[in-house]
Design a protein around this ligand. Structure first.
Ligand code: NAD
Length: 247
């Protein structure tokens, strides 16, 4: 596979590798991404559905969309990319995952250091009293409400129109400024401000590697671009990097 030898060389040389993941790392687990031809946004206006405005003003439409995503999540399992990234972390070859994903699959794969930039669909949040619940509560009623204060619940994810969680963002900035290899896996790098992190890493002297099926605006600045499915890429990488551990 083109680029694998170069990518494994970068992992070997690096003393501090941070991996930035997007929806593309989970498509092989059966979860559609947003912007591919088969993605969730095809024929849909994101601002009309996944926005704080939609949650407030069009809750029925909002929850129909999110309940579909929640049911999809229930059958989803980590794929080779999630599992091998967790093994690379255990082997000391990945320091942290910065993920835009809300599916919790890195944690399910056993990854310990996961920074969730866009929250988690595994939880529901009451904005009024700050209580959190397991997300099953969102499936109980058409318009789910907080058991403590009765106010409407929302999925604990960052919607369009909301700020990123400050603590997660600060940590992600720190990781990006202090790594020497920043690896993008399965992201179009189209969503701001998360997509500023790879540029920040480059500015601070890190090398950049990109594993993504489609081109991104940062491809020209990457030391290597691997345009193959992430699961296959990480199986190949594990042969190169983890063969001693598995022998
Ligand atoms: P995106 O849809 O904009 O981009 C995904 C990229 O992944 C595309 O460029 C596509 O070519 C690539 N891709 C798809 N399958 C791949 C594979 N098997 N191997 C390698 N690359 C593959 O997604 P994004 O950049 O993450 O940004 C958009 C938003 O998507 C984020 O805010 C995130 O919260 C949200 N999202 C998350 C999930 C999830 O949690 N699983 C699912 C859909 C969307």
């Amino acid at each position: 596979m083109e680029g694998i030898a170069k990518l494994s060389g970068l992992f070997r040389e690096s003393r501090s590798t941070v991996v930035f993941t997007g929806a593309g790392v989970s498509t092989e687990s059966g979860l559609p991404d947003f912007r591919s031809r088969t993605g969730l946004w095809q024929g849909v206006d994101p601002m009309a559905l996944a926005s704080i405005e939609a949650w407030r003003r069009r809750p029925n439409e909002f929850f129909t969309f999110y309940r579909q995503r929640l049911s999809g999540l229930q059958g989803a399992r980590p794929n080779h990319a999630h599992l091998i990234l967790a093994r690379l972390e255990a082997a000391g070859m990945v320091r942290a995952i910065l993920t835009q994903n809300i599916d919790g699959l890195h944690q399910e794969a056993g990854h310990r250091s996961v920074i969730e930039l866009h929250g988690s669909l595994r939880q529901a949040l009451c904005l009024a009293c700050d209580r959190r619940y397991a997300s099953e509560i969102l499936l109980e009623n058409d318009l789910p409400s907080c058991k403590a204060c009765g106010k409407p619940l929302k999925p604990d994810v960052v919607l369009f129109g909301e700020a990123l969680p400050a603590a997660a963002w600060d940590l992600a900035v720190r990781e990006s400024c202090s790594c020497d290899l920043f690896v993008v896996v399965g992201s179009s790098l189209a969503v701001s401000p998360a997509n500023h992190l790879p540029a920040l890493a480059l500015e601070h002297g890190s090398k950049l590697a990109i594993v993504n099926l489609e081109r991104t605006h940062l491809d020209p600045q990457a030391s290597v671009v691997v345009s193959s499915p992430a699961g296959e890429v990480f199986i190949e990488l594990s042969r190169e990097l983890l063969s001693e551990a598995t022998a």
